[in-house]
Design a protein around this ligand. Structure first.
Ligand SMILES: [Zn+2]
Length: 151
């Protein structure tokens, strides 16, 4: 079904999140690869006269990105606060031989602040949505209300 994919300001952390908006059905998905916030609005039931939606929001507590040396990647959005033991577990996965440590990272988000536990997020990671938007439009020439996506 027809949808627009663009970057939007994350309602939780204020950096760039991805939004997929289905303009015919008014369904919407938002996913933030910075703080881990995610949201969806989907059709639960549609009759001829009425459409019922189901909405769900998950708070973001951070993001864990693993990039393998073969280029494949795995991203985990943390929807609950993680413990020190879990951070260690992620660190073990991160230090594996197959992992490209230059591109992988664990960032946690708490009380409005990011902590890079280890690894190195992309330059874009650190930008506010406004800075990101300016950079993307300069680079790709996008239009104001449809900000291009780049990790
Ligand atoms: Zn966010």
């Amino acid at each position: 079904m027809a949808s627009n994919l663009s970057a939007v300001k994350c309602p939780q952390c204020g950096r760039s999140a991805f939004e997929e908006f289905y303009y015919r059905s008014d369904e919407q998905f938002i996913c933030c690869y910075r703080c881990g916030y995610n949201y969806f609005k989907k059709i639960r039931k549609a009759t001829r006269n009425k459409v019922e939606y189901r909405e769900n929001t998950e708070d973001g507590h951070g993001v864990f990105l693993l990039v393998n040396k073969d280029g494949s990647r795995e991203i985990t959005l943390l929807n609950i606060e993680i413990t020190a033991a879990e951070i260690e577990k992620y660190k073990t996965a991160f230090t594996s031989d197959e992992i490209d440590q230059e591109k992988s990272f664990l960032a946690t988000f708490k009380d409005g602040r990011f902590t890079i536990q280890f690894g190195s997020p992309s330059d874009n990671f650190h930008l506010s949505f406004e800075e990101y938007k300016e950079k993307m439009i300069k680079k790709y020439g996008g239009i104001d209300f449809l900000v291009p996506i780049e990790e």
